[in-house]
Design a protein around this ligand. Structure first.
Ligand SMILES: NC(=O)C1=CN([C@@H]2O[C@H](COP(=O)(O)OP(=O)(O)OC[C@H]3O[C@@H](n4cnc5c(N)ncnc54)[C@H](O)[C@@H]3O)[C@@H](O)[C@H]2O)C=CC1
Ligand SMILES: O=C(O)C(=O)COP(=O)(O)O
Length: 898
């Protein structure tokens, strides 16, 4: 037998903060997290729910709609049983009721036990408060007991090293005679990562006055957190409290169910409210207005659950997130911070937190009901005052999830440690590979737009955390939504933003783009750009970026899985088993070895798949309109018909184009081998689906897998029906058909890489005007302007590719020294970038005026974008001016990074 691993900690028997993970106490670990649905659904017959649902209120919410329609409608099964068995069933229900009573009793006793021990802890907490606030010194015994075994065993050398590296701390110059432990609670909170995310720099000045955090139980199920403050310049309250209420009735299994929280009103002193900030309006004349901002103190103004009659509209998922975070914060303070404040202060508690290895999004990025993933919070990722509340909340919540605090698991989880390292994608890094430097990695000398906080960015369709973070880090105002938006909502939102980030679902056609008066760039956080009217965008000076191949591998792997799944009829077998049917068959089930795979479109995905398929022993043929080099032993065929005629499996990887619309229809199915298979993960328009249904029913094809559809819903839910696509029901009824909800590129690796890649292109464009990676404008770049080049400005003109514009622009620029200039055109749109020097603050205004006058005269100019490294200009009115007339204008100043 293997010997147990020996270690110092193994010898410690008694539970101490050092050997006890900071787990939730029973009541909290059993309490259910808040959720709009769970709070609304009082009439849920909880005892009818299986325990898995009880632990998963979101699942309940999905099930609830279904159950509502079934309530009162017996399935008939129980009634059909013989009376003697029906009697026993009734008896079992009776026995179960006794069990439920005991469970409720158990929870109540746990609560009583908690209260009993809380009473024992209280004197210790009081002593702690006295020591922290300088009213009591610890005894010698307490000091000796507090020295951990590790410290005692520390060698002299180690000690010297530790003292040496703690020099920075010493630099804070806390006087020797400072009473108590200065900033004890603030430091402890900053080590507790969910709280740290909420604490802004401004909050810190107020939280320095925090002298104690206490907790008390309520007479009804629930608890109150009390924050004691010393006199301070921010608010008059001596204490701020926040009360968490559980529902009176326990849930299934006797759990306490979170109901709502109430916070104390903060009496802010004049102009000291940390939960708002002032902002200049973007008019020619400045008007100051206060707007809500991120602050820890929003903790005392908790979100309100939706009432039963309130619609779950747009903001519902946001409210849900906010409720969940709010609940989590309360639990963290109660269960972790208060009981073990000293360990949070020293940071020792962190080693017992279960962080993901490289914690990024856990969940599928489309899963609106699901939580967002965790993010990789490195040290430099400071709380940003300008970060919008929802993204801040979700960031904090992500971290909470990474630390294993969330109890909700709606998708199966992969072994984190094995899967976390990103694969070698374009931006994914990968083991042993150096990552492509991103904009943020640039040296501190680099100049970046000064007025970045004026840039408004709207991200739809759950753009990955990596992208959201990179953009937020630039100081832009980022609003991130999980789903796509209906056209009218999209129009309302797009009017205001400078950049929009989308994925494959959001259609940005001319009708919508016409409303986007301020828009300068679109980021497609995916491969396909067919959802955007690229020509309209180019003609209106809007740059479009995408990620050309970061999810190719993910799609190719899915294809391999589907080839085998179809060949073995795994989908049908699995569905039958789920319904309780054992159906062991081999007829019509094949190995894929030796079969021919026909790839239509041999681009990034098709060629990756080619390599993988050959490794499985398949023969690969491909058809592409371009003459492309074959990988491995694959063979290009001259026509689609030839491919269809020879292939056992046909996979489609072409872009959506007029030529590819219905490229597989009735005639093509006829050409396919009898009993062959078809897979489409390109775009839904490529297959004529009624023809596929016919081919499947007639037995012409033995199976199919579809990942994409002509109409796809904007968000997740019960939408795959005939309302969406008139043939949906027929399709769903087919045998051996795999239907997936456009998940070809939905892997953690792909989404994370795409987030980095597209946000990087957007940042380069917004900050420097560089169009590298744009799919609809010429690619233009110039060496960046640096701090060594003060009084330089960069002028960008996007104009129609017609004679005369350059001459006029250069006439204006030639008043100064043109240091470098580049211009290029793509079809009828041209792009000019020029860096000019010796521009003073006064010249800047003149230049601004001349360029503006020129734009009024020359209708060919589509967009002017001026970026300058001039010393800060004193007229804040022109920090960023976005013209709402036919010509757009963006004008930003630079400052030094870092
Ligand atoms: N299901 C999913 O989640 C995903 C779907 N996609 C879709 O897959 C498509 C292909 O992606 P990539 O391989 O990265 O694109 P790609 O641009 O690298 O390759 C497309 C290939 O199709 C060829 N092609 C174009 N028209 C053709 C025609 N009429 N007949 C034959 N070949 C033709 C092109 O020459 C090119 O080689 C994308 O356009 C996108 O719509 C991409 C990523 C994820
Ligand atoms: O990258 C693409 O083109 C895709 O089809 C994947 O789209 P998605 O990001 O999953 O909406």
């Amino acid at each position: 037998m293997a010997e147990p691993i020996k270690g110092r900690k193994a010898e410690q028997a008694a539970p101490t903060p050092q050997n006890t993970p900071a787990n939730n106490a029973p009541i909290s670990s059993r309490a259910q997290q808040p959720n709009v649905a769970s709070i609304k659904e009082e009439d849920l017959d909880a005892r009818a729910a299986a325990s898995i649902f009880a632990q998963n209120p979101k699942l309940i919410s999905i099930m609830q709609n279904k159950l509502d329609s079934l309530v009162g409608r017996p399935s008939g099964y129980i009634e059909s049983l013989p009376p003697t068995i029906q009697r026993r069933v009734a008896g079992l229900k009776g026995v179960q009721k006794d069990h439920a009573k005991l469970e409720a009793q158990f929870q109540e006793e746990v609560l009583e036990l908690e209260k009993k021990y809380f009473a024992k802890f209280t004197p210790l907490y009081e002593k702690r408060a006295k020591i922290v606030n300088g009213k009591l010194e610890p005894t010698e015994e307490e000091v000796a007991a507090g020295k951990t075994a590790e410290e005692q065993e520390e060698s002299e050398e180690q000690k010297a090293e530790r003292l040496d590296t703690s020099g920075e701390e010493a630099a804070k110059k806390i006087p020797d005679d400072a009473p108590g432990i200065p900033e004890f609670w603030l430091s402890a909170m900053k080590n507790q990562i969910t709280l740290a995310e909420l604490i802004t720099d401004r909050d810190e000045s107020a939280l320095k006055y925090l002298s104690d955090i206490r907790m008390e139980y309520l007479d009804r199920p629930g608890f109150r957190l009390i924050f004691d403050f010393a006199e301070n310049e921010f608010f008059t309250n001596k204490t701020l409290s926040k009360t968490y209420f559980y529902q009176e009735d326990t849930g299934y299994g006797g759990d306490f169910i979170y109901d709502h929280a109430e916070g104390e009103n903060i009496e802010w002193k004049p102009n000291q409210d940390l939960t708002v900030r002032t902002e200049n309006t973007k008019q020619t004349r400045i008007i100051k207005k206060t707007i809500p901002t991120n602050s820890f103190f929003n903790f005392f103004n908790p979100p309100k659950p939706l009432k039963e009659d309130e619609e779950e509209e747009d903001g519902a998922s946001d409210i849900e997130e906010r409720l969940e975070l709010d609940y989590q914060l309360g639990e963290d303070i109660k269960e972790k911070l208060i009981p073990r404040a000293i360990d949070w202060f020293t940071g020792e508690a962190l080693q017992y937190e279960e962080f993901g290895e490289d914690d990024e999004d856990y969940d599928d990025e489309d899963d609106e009901d699901d939580d967002e993933g965790s993010d990789d919070k490195d040290d430099e990722d400071e709380t940003d005052d300008d970060q919008d509340l929802p993204s801040m909340i979700s960031a904090a919540r992500d971290i909470a999830r990474a630390s294993g605090q969330s109890t909700q698991h709606e998708v199966s989880r992969s072994p984190e440690v094995t899967f976390r390292p990103s694969s070698p994608g374009s931006y994914g890094g990968g083991i042993g590979l150096s990552r492509v430097p991103t904009y943020s990695d640039r040296p501190a000398k680099q100049l970046t737009a000064f007025a970045t906080e004026d840039i408004k960015i709207l991200l739809l369709e759950n753009v990955n955390q990596t992208g959201r973070e990179a953009l937020t880090k630039q100081g832009y105002q980022v609003e991130a939504l999980k789903s796509s938006l209906a056209e009218d909502q999209l129009i309302a939102k797009i009017r205001d933003v400078h950049v929009i980030g989308i994925r494959s679902k959001t259609k940005l056609n001319a009708r919508i783009l016409k409303e986007a008066k301020n828009l300068i760039a679109i980021g497609c956080f995916c491969i396909g750009t067919n959802q955007v009217d690229l020509q309209y965008a180019a003609q209106h000076g809007i740059a479009v970026f995408n990620s050309p191949f970061s999810n190719s591998r993910s799609v190719a792997e899915l294809m391999v899985a589907e080839v085998i799944t179809l060949a073995r009829q795994l989908g049908d077998r699995s569905m039958e088993m789920h319904q309780g049917t054992w159906n062991k068959v081999s007829t019509g089930c094949w190995e894929v070895r030796g079969k021919t795979l026909g790839i239509v479109g041999y681009g990034h995905i098709g060629s990756q798949l080619s390599v993988l398929a050959e490794a499985l022993g398949m023969s690969v043929i491909y058809y592409d309109t371009l003459n492309l080099m074959a990988l491995g032993s694959a063979k290009q065929v001259g026509t689609l018909d030839t491919l269809l005629h020879q292939a056992d499996f046909v996979t489609l990887h072409v872009p959506e184009l007029p030529e590819t619309k219905n490229m597989i229809g009735k005639a093509q199915f006829e050409l396919m081998k009898k009993g062959s298979y078809l897979i489409n993960a390109s775009r839904g328009s490529v297959i004529d689906i009624p023809a596929l249904i016919e081919a499947s029913r007639s037995g012409k094809i033995a199976g199919a897998a579809l990942d994409v559809y002509p109409s796809e819903p904007a968000g997740n839910g019960d939408f795959f029906n005939n309302e969406l696509n008139s043939w949906a029901k027929d399709l769903r009824s087919l045998k051996n058909i795999i239907l997936t909800p456009h998940i070809g590129g939905s892997t953690e690796e792909a989404q994370s890489a795409i987030g980095i890649e597209v946000s990087d292109s957007l940042i380069r464009y917004v900050n420097e005007g560089v169009t590298v990676g744009a799919v609809n404008l010429p690619e233009v770049t110039l060496r960046s302007v640096t701090t060594d080049e003060p009084d330089h400005i960069r002028v960008i003109f996007i104009h129609r590719n017609v004679p005369g514009v350059l001459k006029k622009v250069n006439e204006i620029l030639s008043e100064h020294n043109v240091e470098k200039q580049m211009t290029d055109s793509r079809r009828d749109v041209a792009y000019l970038m020029a860096d000019i020097s010796n521009v003073s603050g006064r010249n800047l205004q003149e230049l601004y005026d001349s360029l503006e006058a020129l734009s009024c005269m020359v209708s060919e100019i589509l967009l002017r974008h001026m970026l300058t490294s001039c010393s800060p200009h004193h007229d804040p009115d022109i920090a960023l001016i976005t013209d709402t007339l036919e010509v757009k204008w963006a004008f930003a100043r630079y400052k030094t990074l870092g």
